[in-house]
Ligand binder design. Structure first.
Ligand code: SAH
Length: 382
């Protein structure tokens, strides 16, 4: 595959249409291609029987279709599956499939490593290399579907939910993430409901404001602390974008969204004797009192790169009860899935060639400025 050929998985529904039209084809070819690739799992042009032979020959001359290859698969005793996928250069990203009674969730990565460096997260410890391309993100969904099943227009989808909670910060790769969202939502591709696609962010405030009202999928905010002082330590991007601005941005996003049903999901990792005291539960309740939200408590998943500990069940319970019984919040304590194969939240490490940039925050900022500067085409998502 040479550089001059286009990987069709790098194109979203709009740019795929532009691409086929630019090569003298009718726009409906793009619809046919999307259906073959994302609903039937077919990537060999010769099998696309409703596309005439000459067009298939043309497509082979100008393009190819490629998703990252799976290099390892680990299955947890609870049914969770973790795949490592090869994105070239000896680097691997991880994707996790979590089957449940009511839904089957796929957790995908958006960057190779992560520049945000939350104090407790293993992904951050492995450094940061680069943003994933559209084909490397949607390709994770395609590969997973090739194992667990494509939708093929079925009601009951083998992958019903997609969460961007794997490696990386989705809002530092916003341009590609938005193309991926278009493919996940398109009726001709994965056809997921916007309520079943979640972008999780550590809090890239200008980007949240930029996409508010233009992109409509579920938003989850990784909060993890009830005040700026502690959050500056746990989630360093808070030093740049403090809580007041962050919560205003999140509110703005949710106010302009249907996908969230008026409520944002707050993720709060419980770290033993760091952010899990009674006082902190009250402080958190005060902080969130005007924000329509539901709270996801995530007991810390230990890993060898971290000193933090998971609180005892009684501490978790006490924290939960303050929020629910004294303040009436909707709170879910997230069950740990796949921890026997290091597939739980914050345990994904992949294989990252850290660029060892002088300052990881500088890298994060540059990427972020680029995303903001770039023209974000969000028309079709409104
Ligand atoms: N960068 C995005 C996407 C990552 S999502 C974000 O921060 O939201 C992964 C979620 O798991 C985040 O809420 C993250 O803070 C949390 N997490 C990270 N490490 C964890 C760990 N060791 N145990 C439990 N949760 C963790």
């Amino acid at each position: 595959m040479t550089d001059s050929l286009v990987n069709l998985m790098d194109l979203d529904p709009d740019t795929l249409k532009d691409f086929v039209v630019a090569h003298g084809e009718k726009p409906f070819r793009a619809t046919q291609l999307l259906k073959w690739i994302y609903q039937w799992g077919v990537v060999n042009f010769d099998e696309m029987t409703n596309i005439k032979k000459e067009t298939r020959a043309l497509l082979k001359e100008i393009s190819y279709i490629h998703a990252p290859e799976i290099v390892s698969e680990q299955k947890s005793s609870d049914g969770t599956i973790k795949w490592a996928m090869d994105i070239g250069d000896g680097q691997l990203v991880e994707t996790v499939f979590i089957p449940e009674k009511e839904r089957n969730t796929l957790c995908i990565s958006t960057q190779v490593g992560c520049p945000i460096k939350c104090a407790f997260c293993r992904t951050g410890k492995s450094g940061f290399n680069r943003n994933l391309k559209v084909s490397e993100i949607i390709g994770q969904v395609w590969r997973a579907a090739s194992r667990v099943g494509f939708s093929q227009n079925q009601e009951q989808k083998p992958i019903s939910n997609v969460v961007m909670m794997g490696m990386g910060e989705p809002l530092l790769n916003v341009q590609n993430v938005l193309s991926v969202v278009k493919l996940l939502l398109s009726d001709n591709a994965f056809a997921l409901s916007k309520r079943r696609v979640t972008i999780s962010t550590a809090g890239v405030v200008p980007t949240i404001n930029k996409i508010a009202g233009k992109v409509d999928v579920a938003l989850a905010l990784s909060l993890h602390a009830p005040n700026d002082e502690l959050r500056n330590e746990l989630v360093p991007i808070n030093q740049k974008f403090p809580l007041k601005d962050l919560l205003a941005a999140v509110r703005n996003y949710v106010d302009n969204s249907n996908a969230n049903c008026g409520r944002v999901t707050i993720e709060y990792v419980l770290l033993d004797h760091v952010n899990d005291s009674m006082d902190q539960a009250h402080e958190l309740a005060q902080l969130l009192k005007d924000l329509p939200c539901k709270i996801n408590l995530i007991p810390f998943n230990p890993h060898e790169e971290s000193e933090f500990k998971r609180p005892s069940n009684s501490r978790i319970d006490r924290f939960y009860k303050v929020l629910v019984e004294q303040y009436g919040f909707t709170v879910v304590t997230r069950t740990t899935r796949g921890d026997d194969i290091a597939a739980a939240c914050g345990q994904l490490a992949g294989q990252v060639k850290d660029r060892r940039l002088k300052e990881q925050m500088a890298a994060a900022e540059r990427l972020h400025e680029q995303s903001i500067a770039a023209h974000i085409d969000t028309k079709s998502l409104v």
